[in-house]
Design a binder for this molecule. Sequence first.
Ligand code: TRP
Ligand code: ZN
Length: 849
Amino acid sequence: MKDAAPQTIYLKDYTPFGWQVEDVYLTFRLAPNATRVIARIHFAPNPDAPTQDFFLHGNALTLIRASIDGQPVTPELTDAGLTCAVPSGPFLWEAEVEIDPASNTALEGLYMSGGMYCTQCEAEGFRKITYYPDRPDVMATFTVRIESDMPVMLSNGNPRTAGDGFAEWHDPWRKPAYLFALVAGDLRNHPDSFTTRSGTKVDLNIWVRPGDEGKCAFGMQALKASMKWDEDVYGREYDLDVFNIVAVDDFNMGAMENKGLNIFNSSCVLASPETSTDANFERIEAIIAHEYFHNWTGNRITCRDWFQLCLKEGLTVYRDSQFTSDMRGPEVKRISDVIDLRARQFPEDQGPLSHPVRPESFQEINNFYTATVYEKGAEVIGMLKRLVGDEAYAAALDLYFDRHDGDAATIEDWLKVFEDVTGRDLSQFKRWYSQSGTPHLSVTEDWSDGTFTLHFEQHTPPTPGQDEKAPQVLPIAVGLLGPNGNEVQNTTILEMTEGKQSFEFTGLSARPVASILRGFSAPVVLRRESSAEERAFLLAHDSDPFCRWEASEALARACLIAMITEGATPDTAWLDGLARLLRDDTLDPAYRALMLGLPTEADLARSLHEAGVTPDPDAIFDAVETLRLFMAERWADLLPKLAEEARVSAPFDPGAAQAGQRALGNRVLSLQSRIDGGAAAQAQFAAADNMTMQLSALASLNRAGTAEDALKAFHDQWQDDRLVMDKWFGLQIAAAAPAEAVARASALTRHEKFDWKNPNRFRAVFGALIGNHAGFHQADGAGYALLADWLITLDDKNPQTTARMCSAFQTWKRYDAGRQEKMRAALERIAAKPNLSGDTNEMVSRILS
Ligand code: TRP
Ligand code: ZN
């Protein structure tokens, strides 16, 4: 157990810091085990703050000396920082500290990765670099001098002077400490430039380790496209002379938006056709955009405190999803986002970790970089836009940028710009930020005398700390189809504000079929007593691409649940309807690829649990496999035709068109390999000239149990490429038969290339194990025990990544008593670890409570 009692921080306790920081001068004398950091900071009393003691955060720092206005002082050191008597007016604070980047395995603060120095300061890592008021509402300009023998030395802002053994940087924009960054190493540059619409030329650089130069071109294109898009769509220009991106191999998350110096997990920026899948390309493009867009939504306008995290993250995710829609097509992006929301956010919101988009308390803020804050936070903005309309949204955003540029803002500030632009009262809408849990929306219908009525009822089940739920504002996009499939009512937004509410459509000549929650207009669980015929009708005719996909998804889900619970045979009416759609070659291959997808096993477990049935992971696995085999056999004539359509003959291009074709082709391959003994996959593996084709073939072979030679060949080809080796590790576990997954994962942890301190490699193995639903939930609990063993090992080195991966256990109460007991035992074993980190302790206690 953790010895120090965990401290909980509350939103309601917010108080401004007693001083303003005018400017910060930092000198770094870099050395792996003994880096000196000299800080000179001008403080002045903050007239808007209550009287308080002068306190600076500090963590794992060795204080060498401190002075105020040139006079040495002896501050009182505490667990969390220092306090000191200070003058009543403005003063200059100086402190020299020593830190040990080479021993920093938590990857927070200043650390080393593959011989280079780099930093990660969000959320509270700057306090591991020097004593400072490490909170986002304290903003200052920074000047940084780096002294080292590294050939490349970077920090935020614009370069000033550089010479033998030093470089100086100045960032003219006031910023909170979490946006500070420093990088020094032997790096190679992929340079380019971008001229803003007002004519400023900006130097762009992507900095990588020697050998990775050839994997930068795609990221650079994505950066330039993002810069242009933010000018065109949001009217936002870049504001420094240079924009640097650095790729780092050891990184806890995807990437970080440090002002002018974005730092990326190398997996989220390095790309080449031979080593990256289409999914990698799409993700890299989106993350580059995300971090770039933070320059305005996050950096120029930051958060007052960490409870407001969704202010920057929800909005920036929303913006990057708009960007991807524009780059790659809105239909496929929307459906993919909904699949992702259901896979990651719904389980969180429906279990012990459920929390509001704007949490009201936390122990460790790192544990709140969640799908709820990010993805549900983005959904909330999408609803707001739907409610006020595109024009009002644009006007509200202009006002937001105008009014709050340079501020550390709140959700109240954000909603107020919408209220001021539209005159609407958003107090009920604000519940989306404070109420946790996924609303359930049920709908029934009536028909009489040309009037069609939809009766809605919303209900949100209780979540931890919130027993009573109030009705939320739900924008429900609805369209009506006539008996011949034509639309008799175009998409209209019904604005539901009450617990129960009915909406009438009059003057209809025949009973329509309703298409409800078009575009997934609100993040709810829709409960609709709908006949299979009605769903089939929507699958055939709905003009809304999301609802058309959703009709098939609902039929697939119903079919699988009937197979699992009643031993039913596959629903041929649905499959034949789906086949008609798949044959339609006017439909985008990417869309048809999505249509060929089935609900994931974990998502089926969630549906079963919602329906009051205890999910049996093996039965779910068997049903999905049976259905896939059935599809492969029933479509023996259709699949070759689709494979033909999906064949790409042009040179590789990572854009949406080719990626869509490959997605379709690889779905088809996965089905075909169930009936051809892996012949097609073998041929594809041999012929592949890009990673998408190679890896899909390998996955199909592995599933068919005939991958031994291919796995070896793949290993030999790619053993020196870290990112591809992550795929090699992951695939063998993700695509393993459930009974073999734990054993494979365990064997791979003994492989010489299993570097468990590298988060990408750790996640490659254990993320894949967690993703193999029936494998992870193996009835004897071996999967739980293996994960617990390794989380206990990792916690000493890297609490952040350990804590995040504990969420694998968040669904434990869904399962049978035997599995529950074994998951509880695994969690209790983690909880009992001596010196457990605060990060992991908070996660385990919340999951167990
Ligand atoms: N702000 C980053 C983003 O969303 C997230 C991030 C990167 C982060 N590194 C982190 C959050 C470390 C917490 C800890 O783009
Ligand atoms: Zn972000």
